[in-house]
Design a protein around this ligand. Structure first.
Ligand code: NAP
Length: 342
């Protein structure tokens, strides 16, 4: 379903109240497919990886810390004994790390030389109080949550388009947030050089992510690239409501208590991952769509409307072009279209 800016539907959160039945515990068989997850050593990224592995997919767990990655790998193998999983060192705030990781995926260092989907999940949720920058001088939250994924998706685009087949169109899923409804910052000052605040940095980065995700799908479609782009959000998913997984999620008693008090509005990261996984693998979903929990903060995944700012065509175009300038690259759309299905 293609969607342009739709102001009259802005407050109509759930647009599809009766979606096809989706049981996160009984996913369609993913045997033969390969998915890469960023920020897979913890939280939503870990649980999405686990769910995909349980459904038979080959999962590339990526993360920036080798020890945390090893712990997540061990935990996943212990919880899903027949999992097909490997790790990839990838710091999404570092362009050198992104290029090196993407080169190893493209170069076939991995067991399978195909890529059926990427979950662009890594992110800074607890943003720094003061503005911080990366080594190349870019604002850290924007780079980690949005710009790094813009570069990564570009670097993996031809690998994904080559993996397209008659039965499957590879997909990239961007991590949006319901916070984009709570303060619709229009990211004119995209690096917050004129006024930084921790909450604003988070929300603005997520407006950028959502805009990129929607705009990417239009551009892929226009260029004839058989890759889809979908945006999904996990509602309000917290560690204190999440099962203990050694080395991955070990909440203190205090965190559990706080989690319990928030039970009416919060869900576990395991449940939150369901929206992301559905956005990645449900064949009924089309590029350009926006998915999240039925009750906004929690619940089973349903199709929703993105916030007005992130779906505004002028805002999307401006954000896309700004990301091209900041990253110094354009997506290889023509090459990806030529390589399709090879
Ligand atoms: N939880 C929610 O309710 C919620 C709501 C809306 C959106 N989201 C989005 O969902 C995503 C995951 O959130 P979460 O709740 O699972 O958070 P989390 O538990 O804090 O996990 C974040 C993951 O991102 C990784 N990460 C951070 N910076 C990175 C970098 N530079 N390079 C590579 N990996 C990096 C972390 O790795 P380290 O362990 O090395 O730090 C960790 O694996 C984020 O994009 C977040 O904005 C979450």
């Amino acid at each position: 379903m293609r969607r342009e800016a739709c102001p009259q539907a802005y407050l109509r959160l759930v647009t599809d109240p009766a979606p096809a039945v989706w049981d996160p515990d009984r996913l369609p068989d993913q045997t033969g497919r390969t998915f890469l997850i960023t920020g897979a050593n913890a939280g939503l990224g870990y649980f999405a990886s686990e769910q995909l592995a349980r459904a038979g997919a080959h999962v590339i767990l990526s993360g920036r810390n080798p020890n945390k990655l090893a712990a997540a790998h061990d935990a996943l193998e212990a919880r899903v004994p027949d999992a097909s999983v490997q790790t990839l060192l990838l710091d999404v705030s570092n362009v050198g790390s992104i290029r090196a990781a993407a080169a190893s995926v493209r170069g076939g260092l991995f067991k399978r030389q195909r890529l059926d989907g990427v979950l662009l999940n890594a992110g800074i949720v607890h943003t720094p109080r003061q503005r911080e920058t990366t080594r190349d001088g870019r604002e850290l939250v924007l780079v980690t949550n949005a710009l790094g994924h813009f570069v990564l998706a570009a670097e993996l685009l031809t690998t994904m388009s080559k993996s397209a087949s008659r039965t499957w169109t590879p997909r990239m899923v961007w991590l949006g947030s319901m916070s984009t409804r709570m303060g619709a910052y229009d990211p004119v000052d995209i690096q917050l050089e004129r006024g930084y605040a921790a909450w604003k940095a988070y929300v603005q980065s997520k407006v950028v992510v959502q805009a990129l995700g929607i705009e990417a799908d239009l551009r892929l479609r226009d260029a004839g690239v058989p890759v889809e782009s979908v945006v999904a959000h996990p509602g309000y998913s917290i560690g204190g409501r999440t099962p203990r997984v050694s080395g991955v999620n070990e909440p203190s008693a205090w965190k559990r208590l706080k989690g319990g008090l928030q039970a009416p509005v919060a869900q576990s990261k395991e449940r939150g991952a369901a929206s992301l996984v559905r956005a990645l693998i449900d064949p009924e979903i089309s590029g350009g769509e926006y998915w999240g929990p039925r009750h906004l903060t929690r619940g089973l995944p349903v199709r929703q409307q993105p916030s007005r700012t992130s779906s505004d065509p002028a805002v999307r175009r401006r954000i896309w072009e700004t990301c091209e300038i900041l990253s110094g690259m354009e997506w290889p759309l023509q090459r990806a279209a030529r390589m399709a299905g090879r």
